[in-house]
Design a protein around this ligand. Structure first.
Ligand SMILES: [Zn+2]
Ligand SMILES: [Zn+2]
Length: 349
């Protein structure tokens, strides 16, 4: 088996406040695809690796290429792959084992040995996509029409997260939906819920800028959750919403979902929270609320690519700013300022 060695530059996280653009050597096997990365979106985990040297339980032990939301162009591909050179592709960062019981039952997002790109969960870490070139499997590369901008397609991963959350909730046709937290994931959930038949979508966020984005992305109304006069009516008569997506991870928001949800309604937890929650357990059980988590995605990645390619969802209102790879530190600093930034992208061409 012949292996090619490819040199390129990539954005490596070394630890707290230490991200550098450095040389990288890739190994390309004969069954692999070489993708020239066009651009990538900065996600919360990338910001955490930069500011804290860790994202949740995943701690940086060695330098790792960050980034798991990205799209590129096929530079080399196996002959029988169906991928032409020059084809634009969205790259699915998931690399499940495909042979464990979870994978075999179609729940690849629960694969215990999932190699998710740009994640320090395992050692050695799995390098991400903030790199001039990356090596991927054929299955990871989802082709899309070359006339569609990679600015749009770099949203495929977070949109897949949003569509997975909608799938976890079940049918939204005719349902009243609340989304707490109007960051990029919350806003993409609103867009996906609107596309999935929700009759009414209310958003909350403490930031006015985020509330404006929520309206642009499909919410019929966006409220400040601390404005009790505005949100209180939705808690009356045992709650108003059929489905609540909690996309902030804020302890107070998690607790509030129980009051907002109708008896026997569903709460989908998407936001990752750090602080302990004072959860109204008794009210939750009395109202028989289904409280369910949603983590990453499975086949929803392909759906996300289709919805973006066809223009069914326009994610561009969420794009706040763009930086070159050399400006990665500025990009991460800017992305962390939630008063200014929703999604920040880095370009590699
Ligand atoms: Zn992400
Ligand atoms: Zn598996």
């Amino acid at each position: 088996m012949t292996v090619q060695h490819i040199q390129c530059k990539a954005c490596f996280a070394h630890g707290e406040k230490d991200v550098r653009v450095e040389d990288r050597e890739l190994q390309l096997g004969e069954h692999d695809v070489l993708v020239k990365v066009e651009r990538g979106g900065i996600c919360g985990s990338d910001i955490h690796y930069y500011f804290h040297g860790r994202a949740g339980m995943s701690i940086l032990k060695n330098p790792m290429v960050i980034g798991h939301e990205f799209a590129g162009i096929v530079e080399q591909a196996p002959k029988d792959s169906g991928l032409a050179i020059g084809q634009r592709v969205a790259v699915n960062p998931s690399q499940p084992c495909n042979c464990c019981p979870m994978c075999l039952s179609g729940k690849q997002n629960q694969c215990p040995t999932m190699k998710f790109m740009g994640s320090a969960q395992f050692n050695p870490h799995v390098n991400g996509g903030f790199s001039e070139y990356i090596v991927a499997s054929v299955a990871q590369c989802i082709p899309y029409a070359n006339h569609v901008s990679p600015k749009i397609m770099a949203f495929s991963e977070p949109l897949a997260v949003a569509i997975h959350a909608v799938n976890i909730a079940g049918s939204l046709v005719g349902k009243r939906v609340l989304v707490t937290g109007s960051g990029p994931i919350g806003c993409l959930i609103m867009a996906a819920a609107l596309n999935s038949g929700a009759s009414e979508i209310v958003a909350t966020d403490m930031s006015e800028r985020c509330r404006e984005l929520a309206i642009e992305m499909g919410a019929s109304l966006a409220l400040d959750p601390t404005d009790e006069k505005a949100v209180g009516q939705y808690k009356e008569n045992k709650g108003y919403f059929d489905v609540v997506f909690e996309a902030s991870g804020a302890a107070s928001a998690v607790a509030s979902t129980v009051e907002f949800t109708k008896p026997t309604g569903t709460v989908v937890q998407v936001g990752m929270g750090a602080s302990p929650v004072n959860y109204p357990l008794s009210l939750m059980l009395v109202k028989e609320i289904n409280f369910v988590g949603s983590f990453r995605f499975v086949h929803e990645f392909e759906t996300a690519v289709k919805w973006l390619e066809s223009g069914r969802i326009n994610p561009l209102p969420l794009l706040s700013s763009e930086f070159s790879k050399e400006e990665i530190v500025n990009a991460l600093e800017f992305a962390a300022d939630k008063n200014k930034a929703a999604k920040v992208q880095v370009y590699f061409d």
